[in-house]
Design a protein around this ligand. Structure first.
Ligand SMILES: Nc1ncnc2c1ncn2[C@@H]1O[C@H](COP(=O)(O)OP(=O)(O)O)[C@@H](O)[C@H]1O
Ligand SMILES: [Mg+2]
Length: 259
């Protein structure tokens, strides 16, 4: 059994376009853990996912994925972005199968579609497989992109503010669905957000990043049982106050709850 952390950043420093983005980032994500990366806009949250996914080369320090380099581990990860990135000329099912088609062309088309259908069933879109993306709501499109990631059966799902463009109700529903999928599949999830309440709802632990040049400001464990209501649980209310005070210090007093 692989006992390495799913993801590990060790003394990572990064300069892009002459500007120091990371001064020193170190944190780990355990296998099967749900970790939120929380930080102000521009602090390098998306950049961290690009490093993990081998979309950006490392400079100083070390990033490891399941004990390997990102280049060796590229097929252990799958992305869900803020925008669902569906192909408009393909059906929902073909979109859900698209990641598999890119990564595993050796798998027969019938098998790819069968796997994709299973994942669509899991996200509650089994009956919509033949619809075109234009017929789906924003939340449904994002669920297709989650199914597309799950169909790859990755160890690690990297999510970059995936619900931030959705309306409040849909966002809340998808957060709950993501917790359910995580509990069912035991994948490792690294979920980027700038929304304190989202992190409190989702995470086992929250890695709080500073403004750039970025440091790990604090790592907060969230022990409250799920399903969570950050308004109702005294422990979560207290944690929220703590995180808001960190954001106040980082960004100025009005920024913390602006989202
Ligand atoms: N290729 C690049 N060249 C120069 N600067 C970059 C590049 N990519 C990202 N950046 C800068 O790095 C910082 C972090 O970006 P990003 O990871 O997208 O932030 P976040 O996702 O936390 O909002 C930003 O200031 C951004 O302008
Ligand atoms: Mg970003």
């Amino acid at each position: 059994m692989n006992t390495n952390p799913a993801i590990s950043f060790s003394k990572t420093r990064l300069v892009l376009g002459g500007s120091e983005i990371y001064r020193d980032i170190s944190f780990e994500v355990g296998a099967g853990e749900f970790v939120c990366l929380l930080g102000p806009s521009g602090c390098g949250k998306s950049t961290s996912l690009r490093l993990i996914g081998d979309l950006l080369p490392m400079q100083e320090g070390l990033v490891q994925v399941a004990g390997m380099t990102p280049a060796e581990a590229w097929n252990q990860t799958a992305f869900v972005f803020q925008s669902p990135r569906l192909l408009p000329w393909r059906t929902t099912l073909e979109n859900a199968a698209f990641g598999l088609e890119m990564r595993h062309p050796e798998i027969s088309k019938a098998d790819r579609l069968e796997r994709a259908q299973r994942e669509l069933d899991k996200v509650g879109l089994g009956a919509d497989a033949q619809k075109m993306p234009v017929m789906l709501s924003g939340g449904e499109k994002q669920r297709v992109s989650i199914a597309r990631a799950l169909a790859l059966d990755p160890q690690i799902i990297l999510m970059d503010e995936p619900f931030s463009a959705l309306d409040h109700t849909t966002r809340h529903r998808l957060r709950q669905q993501m917790v359910d999928l995580w509990a069912e599949t035991r994948k490792t999830v690294l979920f980027v957000t700038h929304d304190i309440d989202e992190a409190l709802f989702l995470a086992d632990r929250i890695v709080v990043l500073s403004k750039k040049p970025t440091l790990v400001e604090e790592i907060v464990a969230v022990d409250a049982p799920r399903p969570r209501d950050p308004d109702a649980s005294p422990a979560l209310v207290q944690l929220r106050q703590h995180l808001v005070s960190i954001f106040d210090r980082l960004e100025g007093p009005d920024a913390a709850l602006a989202s």
